[in-house]
Design a protein around this ligand. Structure first.
Ligand code: 13P
Length: 252
């Protein structure tokens, strides 16, 4: 039985004040959900206040991206060891918004995945197809290619405690959620790919869903055998809505 992971991706939102309020509200709700890993990922500059407010609570804090480098002449980047020192436990890597806007490649994302792991930060690898790729019947080929880049670079041992987030690009911020069956098909394929490398890894790795997840649709998604939680954007900015998703994960 995998422990569910429910992670909020706050994207480019918030302020120092709002971060503190939201951390307090989510962490008090998380206290009554001991069976679920609950995390939120604010912007880098809010990481110190988020970690300070979440310290000693059941809520973990993560980051939305991380450098593939450990240090040196890399203007604007933030290294995994630096966020780990502040208290971040998770790092989202390869989000489709970064792949699209910042030209992140499968290989570059794999390097970020490994950099996070090397600093003891759990990477959450985002994979997902665009609408045109889905319409062309390429969904499984796309997500498999994105996962394979990490498996090839990191190897089975390097994958470690990493998680995967299946986020169909067409479902992100659109209000259009994948059906539980559509998501399950992809999650099962991803787990199957892991199983080809290492059945134990496949059995333990968490594959979470992201894309217009909210309190009202979380339970039916979480009921699927290969959906182990969620990576939540918009709904994670509302403590009650986010906690409703975490409760659905706890009940699944
Ligand atoms: P929404 O929940 O806003 O669709 O965003 C999903 C997402 O991109 C999480 O990383």
């Amino acid at each position: 039985m995998r422990r569910p992971l429910v992670c909020g991706n706050w994207k480019l939102n918030g302020s120092i004040g709002r971060t503190g309020e939201l951390i307090d509200a989510v962490s008090s709700g998380a206290a009554s959900l001991p069976g679920v890993d609950i995390a939120v990922c604010p912007v880098f500059v809010h990481l110190p206040v988020a970690c300070e407010r979440a310290a000693g609570t059941a809520l973990a804090v993560g980051v939305q991206d991380v450098s593939d480098q450990v240090g040196g002449a890399f203007t604007g980047e933030v290294a995994a060891a630096m966020v780990a020192e502040i208290g971040a436990r998770f790092a989202i890597v390869g989000h489709s918004e970064r792949r699209a806007r910042h030209g992140e490649t499968d290989g570059g994302v794999a390097a970020k995945f490994m950099a996070a792991r090397a600093s003891g930060v759990t990477p959450i690898l985002c994979v997902g197809e665009t609408l045109s790729e889905r319409d062309a019947g390429e969904t499984l080929a796309v997500v498999t290619r994105q996962l394979d880049a990490v498996l090839e670079a990191a190897g089975v041992t390097g994958f470690g405690d990493g998680a995967i987030a299946y986020e169909p690009v067409w479902a992100i911020g659109t209000g259009r959620t994948a059906t539980p069956e559509q998501a399950q098909e992809v999650h099962a394929a991803l787990r199957g790919r892991l199983a080809e490398q290492d059945p134990a890894l496949a059995a333990r790795a968490r594959v979470v869903y992201g894309g217009s997840m909210k309190g009202a649709n979380a339970a039916e998604l979480m009921a699927m055998p290969d959906i182990d939680g969620g990576l939540i954007g918009g709904a994670s900015l509302d403590a009650e809505e986010f906690l409703a998703i975490a409760r659905a994960a706890a009940a699944a």
